[in-house]
Every structure is written in C-alpha cells, then in structure tokens.
Ligand binder design. Structure first.
Ligand SMILES: *Cc1c(COP(=O)(O)O)cnc(C)c1O
Length: 398
C-alpha cells in the first residue's frame, strides 16, 4: 500500500479539492440510480395485477419505448446486457472456432459473450480520443494479419475465421463508428455494438447500438437507466429481430395451450416487473442525461486549473451520456494513478481505475491480439470519478 502520498506532490490533493468543489463533502458513489418518476406507480400496477414474471404488458411497452427512443426498428428486452451480447453475436453468425475482434480495454462481459459461443476474442488497441477501438491501428493490423478468401476474413496465423467486430462505447463515449463500419465492410465483418454503457449517447445524431447490424444495451443498477438487471438487443432487421425474440424466449411456438419449441434456445426474457421499472426510467432519461452532461461542465471548470491531467470530453460529432466522468493523466503512471485513487477514496469519493486489460486475464491468455501499447498506457491514465446524475444538483461550495 501507499504509505506516504506526499511524494506524489500536490496532484492527489488537488484532485480531492476539485471533486469536493463539485460534489460537496458527502461520500459519493461512482454511479447511483435515480428513481424520480413513475417507478412506484408502475411497480404497484405490476404487483396488483399479479403479472410480475414472463407475461405482462410492460415488456411490450418497454420494447416499443426503447425502439422509439433509440430509433431502432426493433428492441428485444432480455435479462441483462451480457445475455443480449451472447444472442446478438449468435445472430451475427459467430460459431465455435471463430474469432471476434474486441477491444482489450473493456468490461469482461464483452469477452465472456464471445467465449459462450466457443469463439475466441481477438484483442485490438484503443485510442485516447474516444477510449474505443483505434480505427487506423485496426486497419493496419487487419491488413498485415488477415486474408480474405471467398469473402471470408481469415486470421493468417491461427487460420480461424474472423466473423465479427464489437466496438464498445467506453464510459458512454461513442467510438469512431463511421471508420469502424467501413473497416467492417472491407473485411466482411459483422458490426455488433456493445452499447451497454452508452444508453442515451448519439453518434452523428444516431443512437449508439443502431449503427451496426446489431447493438446491445444494459440496464444494470449502475448504468444510465436501470431495470434492476436487464438488457436489450437492437436491430433494424425484421428477420434478426424475430430470431432474437425466439432465441431469448426458449423458441416456443406461440399457441394457446401447446408446448412446442423449435430449437435449443435460452430463457433470457426480461420479467414484467423489471420492464415496469424500465418504462418509468425511460420516461426520465432526457433529464437524467442532461444532469450527467451538466455534471461534466461543473467538473470541467473545477479541473480547469489542475495541471497534469484532463477531464475526458465527448468526441466531436457525438453527444455522450457521460455515464462515467473520466480523468486522464497526461502521462501514464501507475503509481500516480494509485496515489490519486487512494487519496480520493480516503476522502469518501468513490473513484475507480479502468478494467484490467482482458488480454492480461488468464482465461483469455490464448487469445490473439494486436499491439496494445495505447491500451496499456490508458490503464495507467484513467481514473473515473463520482458520476451520479444527482451530483449535478449539489450547490457548488466554492
Ligand atoms: C455493463 C456492461 C455489460 C454487461 O451488462 P450486464 O447487464 O451487467 O450483463 C457488457 N459490456 C460492457 C462494456 C458493460 O459495461
């Protein structure tokens, strides 16, 4: 453990001061849910009706509301973001023995979902502008390490098919989707967006998760809106949407009393009680994201005079939900990062580093990977600070 923070100069103390100037002196979590609307009413309706589980009107309503808000033609509600990604990748045609391009800098669920299908993640590097996949590096990596035969992209070294690419919109900031879409097209890769963190984020006016062939959302308790636990698959393709619904609901053939199931499928349906919560949350999303964006502005002025780091700003052309507010150290330094984490957590502010790169986890040690220099540096630069929407309402203390 770090014994003496003073050897790190004034920066850890300045970070504590800047956070305190915005959020006040109370302890603050990383990202808390906010229930300020019809949550109680809809949950009570659910309990009063007895429909809390796999039957009920709120699932249909939530799916319709999600489609309307995101602009996707179809939204399929499921039990969590991980199961959404599992099924989306299956629908993208990922099968056993394939590889799927994913950033090394992501939450473990992205890698897990690939593995559920018997495929291997193929890790690529991220850039500091978006914290998402670096399109230029990806293109040169694919150029030198793959070949296309009969319209199928092969990894020259492993001889496996590379079937899909999964950009992840880190902490809510949209990745460089137009460049990544072009690369996906050139290499015949299916684009599946892991938009688990970017509900309410738009790329050139389009909601994240609606640009790829498929996209997924998460409504876990710490995400921008929550259903307790939950997720959704987004697509504009009617055939994929029908398959998604079937695969997530045990592939049961609709019938008044008969039990017939078409194929092996999953019980990933979102329960009605979770969807009820989701309907209420979605009604409030615009003001919640406005608050998260306002919190960014407040932090930006508080950190304006702090040198040695900067607050991550939404990429140009994108409107970010600012799900997590991120400090980026100018120079990668694990020890400075840790000194700041230590000082801020000691002061009662929940701050966190980025994830360990998936390529460093033992369960992914056999996975192919491009050069990951920038991702490695980013893990020593990123510090997430308290980001709950309610913090935007705290009166500034300075
Ligand atoms: C939260 C998250 C998921 C998974 O969502 P769950 O609903 O927790 O299963 C997937 N990918 C990323 C990047 C996430 O942050």
């Amino acid at each position: 453990m770090i014994k003496n923070l003073s050897i790190y100069g004034s920066l850890p103390r300045e970070v504590v001061g800047a956070i305190r100037a915005v959020v006040g002196t109370e302890q603050s979590a990383l990202h808390e849910p906010e229930f300020a609307g019809n949550e109680w009413t809809y949950l009570k309706e659910c309990l009063d009706s007895g429909f809390v589980s796999s039957v009920g009107q709120f699932v249909d309503q939530f799916e319709n509301d999600l489609a309307t808000y995101t602009g996707a033609n179809y939204a399929i509600a499921v039990v969590n973001g991980t199961s959404a990604l599992h099924v989306a990748l299956k629908l993208a045609g990922v099968t056993s023995g394939d590889e799927v391009i994913i950033p090394a800098l992501t939450f473990v669920a992205t890698g897990n979902a690939v593995t559920y299908l018997g495929a291997k993640p193929h890790f690529v590097d991220s850039e500091s502008k978006t914290l998402g996949i670096d399109p230029e590096k990806l293109r040169s990596h694919l150029k030198s390490s793959t070949k296309i035969e009969d319209g199928i992209c092969f990894n020259i070294q492993t001889k496996r098919i590379i079937r899909a690419i999964v950009p992840m919109h880190t902490f809510g900031h949209p990745s460089e989707l137009s460049k990544l879409s072009e690369i996906a097209e050139d290499y015949n890769l299916v684009l599946v967006e892991d938009s688990a963190e970017s509900m309410g984020s738009f790329y050139h006016g389009k909601h994240t998760g609606t640009i790829g062939k498929l996209g997924i959302l998460s409504f876990n308790g710490n995400k921008s809106i929550t259903t307790g636990g939950g997720g959704a698959i987004l697509t504009n393709d009617p055939t994929l949407a029908a398959r998604a619904k079937s695969l997530t609901t045990t592939s049961k053939i609709p019938h008044k009393w008969e039990f017939k199931h078409e194929e092996i499928a999953y019980n990933y349906r979102m329960p009605n009680i979770n969807a009820a919560l989701g309907c209420a949350q979605l009604e409030m999303i615009t003001s919640k994201i406005e608050a998260q964006r306002l919190l960014f502005e407040k932090y930006a002025s508080a950190f304006d005079t702090v040198s040695g780091l900067r607050l991550l700003k939404e990429p140009s052309g994108s409107t970010s939900n600012y799900w997590l507010q991120t400090l980026l150290l100018d120079n990668p330094s694990r020890s400075m990062r840790d000194a700041i984490l230590e000082a801020t957590n000691n002061a009662g502010f929940t701050t966190r580093p980025s994830w360990e790169l998936l390529s460093n986890l033992p369960q992914f040690k056999d996975s192919p990977s491009s050069d990951l220099t920038q991702s490695n540096e980013l893990t020593n630069r990123i510090i997430n600070i308290p980001s709950s929407s309610k913090l935007a309402k705290v009166r500034n203390v300075n």
